[in-house]
Design a protein around this ligand. Structure first.
Ligand code: TXA
Ligand code: MG
Length: 318
């Protein structure tokens, strides 16, 4: 069983030896290994049961370090990096050959991010290599926002989980890149698109997911899925329709009380940051109750609500 703790020295030793270790970030917990060591990176794919066509994000500690791994940073993306890193933003940049095809699934661009969790930043500064890290969940399941979430699912297959409390943001990073001279968002996430547009003072293009033919890997529609059947819609209507069943209800700001219902409220004060922080933990908690069906509603489509609704939609996709 994985040890949970804050022994950075031990984590450094494990990573140097080519092991993979779970680390906290401000978005979700990551399953990290030496990004420059293919054997170590392979362990990530094995532990997550992740298909090799789904590339990994490379995490590092500074813009200077990023220059070691990418050929260039286009001006718009540089502005984003300088302003939002460390933070919940991932950039797709043309890779240098030091980054192997295993990490990028053979793509020309590598996904890079500087996370802002203090423990992991310290870890990255202490290491002489960057860390490849996907979210620390089995492929297709809900991302972990606490060390315990990681232990529940990957505790048997990794040696150590670096304890860093509940993730501050609770949603994976927003992924951006360039197509021609346009800034494109490939995944909405913990950095609201509005803030990116404000900084650049222009609109960005938003890529939409497709179920069968993802334009970019990782845009697969079915993702973040609980094990129980999951429906999204008007909660009152769904409650009436399924009144004879045991239900888990994930609501935005209102309470639902009934004998057949377990209700978790994302944010009683309708605060979108709080809702984002609770989303994955509450989905997991409801799933654990093993209801017949989990019912949820979309939140207002603004700020982090856009990414919350994206995750809900993908959790409901079969
Ligand atoms: O917040 C986050 O981004 C977390 C923390 C741990 O940093 N990481 C994370 O990783 O969410 P993961 O692997 O669960 O999701 C990364 C997404 C995947 O959908 C993957 O397909 C996409 O990024 N991606 C990675 N490298 C890519 C590349 N070179 N080109 C296109 N998409 C890429
Ligand atoms: Mg993931």
């Amino acid at each position: 069983m994985a040890q949970i703790g804050q022994d950075i020295k031990q984590v450094i030793a494990l990573l140097r030896a080519g092991d993979c270790v779970a680390i906290p970030t401000e978005t979700v917990y990551g399953l990290a290994a030496n990004a420059l060591n293919d054997d170590a990176v392979l362990k990530i794919f094995e532990a997550k049961k992740r298909p090799k066509f789904d590339p990994l994000i490379v995490h590092t500690h500074s813009l200077e370090a990023v220059a070691d791994f990418v050929q260039e940073i286009p001006a718009d993306l540089y502005r984003l990096a300088a302003h939002f890193w460390p933070g919940p933003l991932t950039l797709l940049l043309p890779k240098k050959t030091r980054i192997s095809d295993l990490v990028t699934s053979g793509l020309e661009r590598v996904a890079i991010r500087i996370p802002r969790h203090p423990l992991s930043l310290r870890l990255l500064q202490a290491l002489e290599f960057p860390l490849a890290a996907p979210s620390a969940n089995p492929f297709g399941y809900i991302s972990p926002t606490t060390a315990q979430h990681v232990a529940d699912q990957l505790g048997d297959v990794i040696p150590y989980i670096l304890e860093g409390d509940a993730a501050e943001v609770g949603l994976e990073s927003t992924i951006a890149g360039m197509e021609g001279d346009e800034v494109v968002i490939y995944r909405s996430g913990g950095l609201p698109i509005r803030e990116i547009e404000q900084l650049l003072d222009k609109k960005v293009k938003i890529m939409h997911h497709s179920s069968s033919d993802p334009k970019a890997p990782g845009m697969l529609k079915s993702h973040y899925a609980p094990t129980r059947p999951f429906l999204i819609g008007d909660i009152d209507t769904l409650l009436r329709k399924h009144r004879d069943k045991k239900l888990g209800v994930l609501s935005f700001d209102r309470a639902y009380v009934a004998t057949n219902v377990t209700n978790l409220i994302l944010s009683k004060s309708a605060n979108m940051n709080e809702a984002a922080k609770h989303l994955f933990a509450y989905l997991r908690a409801l799933d654990k109750e093993q209801p017949d069906i989990i019912i949820a509603e979309y939140v207002p489509d603004e700020g982090l609500g856009i990414a919350i609704n994206d995750r809900l939609k993908r959790a409901a996709a079969q």
